[in-house]
Write a protein that binds this ligand. Structure first.
Ligand code: ADP
Ligand code: MG
Length: 433
């Protein structure tokens, strides 16, 4: 199910803020412990490792400051997050280097980076960070083993020289495996979490829509009945009057107007009732291809001449469903009508059916019309919501009510200026024998 909210971006935004904040906290702690380390050894020696450590701390503070400065301006937060976390891996490598490389106990910091990268960047990001960490660790230990760099071991002796090659290799491999295992696991978990969240938010939207509709429907059904009866007496009385009263062309014209308007009102009321309380249909087995071909043909005939819209059908054959044919026609008709109305001048309306997983059939109606803005998207299913001069705003609410009664759901995807796609799915049935 497509996700139209900008939640994922928002999410990344907040998480990145947190990471930036925690990085400063961590660096402050590092500063504190470094100072304690320095002053615990009299007479406060400022040795090589401590110098590097102070340099690193200053660098991270400066970087954090820069991140905070440009954070609001950066458009592509994802790349920004990759860069920040990538730099973090180098910082950790530096920490490991000054705390004794091979002997350092800080290699677990790699795992911390991988875990939070998975929260921000999901599976791919955590894997990228695992690769970065492994490469850096491998190179660091190699360089130290071959004596190209000298580790600052805390007690002054060169620790790595006293280990056999196999032991060094073992530790490097273990660290790398740990990196990838953690990347895999945390990536998997965050991916799972993200999916569940998306599903939940779609479900939430759906419940909200259903609740709103149910409430409006109930209210409306009551009022509508109250309107229907007086309307019928009104139009009946006028019809009688028209026959009885002496013919006067002026009066006759007025009565015609009254009759026409009562007809319109009663059509509206009927439509509204359809939305508020769709009548239980007579369910039949329907073959989609033939049913939809017929509806499209009728629609084209009805709209002939008024539109320069081309309808392109693409039906999978032999898909059977169970539905009241009248309902199916209403749904398709309303969607086709909206699609055609969204197009100004020439345009293309597509109608498509296709088999889906788990024995479902998909039906999709698309257009390359004006599209729907985010603001309108919230309301298009509300009864009486319309952006058209002569619209009733009932089309989509009727479609919604009907599909709801078949336990299915209308999905919509739209890009302003590019077009809109409505789709829903129905359970497939076996053809009648
Ligand atoms: P109406 O067609 O009478 O306006 P609907 O309930 O059918 O009422 O549609 C409500 C609103 O949703 C429309 O006014 C329009 O703004 C929007 N809409 C529906 N379908 C489309 C579409 N295919 N393309 C663009 N906008 C659409
Ligand atoms: Mg409509």
């Amino acid at each position: 199910m497509p996700d139209y909210s900008n939640k994922p971006e928002d999410d990344l935004y907040h998480k990145l803020e947190w990471v930036m904040f925690l990085r400063v906290v961590f660096t402050s702690l590092l500063l504190g412990s470094t100072i304690i380390l320095q002053f615990s050894e009299k007479p406060f020696p400022l040795t090589g490792p401590l110098l590097v450590l102070y340099g690193l701390i200053v660098t991270i503070f400066l970087l954090s400051f820069c991140y905070a400065l440009i954070f609001k301006q950066v458009k592509r937060k994802l790349i920004f997050a990759y860069i920040q976390i990538g730099i973090d891996t180098f910082a950790v490598t530096t920490i490991i280097f000054v705390t004794g490389s091979f002997a350092s106990i800080f290699s677990f910091l790699y795992l911390v980076i991988i875990i939070y990268s998975s929260m921000l960047l999901f599976r791919r990001g955590s894997m990228v960070m695992a690769v970065l960490c492994s490469i850096q660790y491998g190179i660091l230990i190699d360089l130290e083993y071959y004596g190209i760099i000298n580790s600052f071991s805390m007690n002054g002796s060169n620790a790595i020289g006293s280990y056999a090659w196999s032991q060094v290799l073992f530790k490097v491999v273990i660290t790398m495996v740990a990196c990838f295992a953690v990347a895999f696991l945390s990536g998997f978990l965050s991916e799972q979490l993200r999916r569940t969240r998306n599903k939940l938010s779609a479900l939430e939207d759906r419940i909200k829509r259903v609740e709103k509709m149910a409430y409006m429907g109930e209210m409306a059904a009551g009022i509508t009945h109250e309107i229907k009866n007086p309307l019928a007496s009104l139009s009946g009385s006028i019809q009688i009057l028209r026959k009885e009263v002496l013919y006067n062309p002026e009066h006759d014209k007025l009565m015609q107007i009254v009759l026409r308007e009562t007809d319109r009102l009663s059509a509206l009321v009927n439509n509204f009732l359809l939305f508020a309380k769709p009548p239980a249909g007579k369910i039949e087995k329907i073959e989609l291809e033939s049913a939809l071909t017929e509806t499209v043909k009728l629609f084209e005939k009805d709209k002939a001449g008024t539109d320069k819209v081309t309808i392109k059908s693409e039906f999978s054959s032999n898909i059977w469903i169970e539905m009241d044919p009248v309902h199916l026609r209403q749904v398709i008709w309303n969607l086709l009508l909206n699609a055609a109305e969204a197009i100004e001048g020439e345009g293309l309306v597509g109608i498509k059916t296709y088999p889906l997983k788990h024995n479902y059939a998909g039906i999709e109606i698309s257009d390359n019309g004006c599209g729907i803005t985010d603001r309108y998207m919230q309301s298009i299913f509300d009864p009486f919501f319309t952006t058209k001069a002569s619209g009733t705003g009932l089309g989509l609410s009727i479609v919604h009510s009907i599909l709801e009664s078949y336990d299915t759901w209308l999905d919509v995807e739209s890009k302003v200026g590019r077009g809109t796609k409505f789709s829903f799915k129905l359970k497939r049935r076996y053809p009648p024998t």
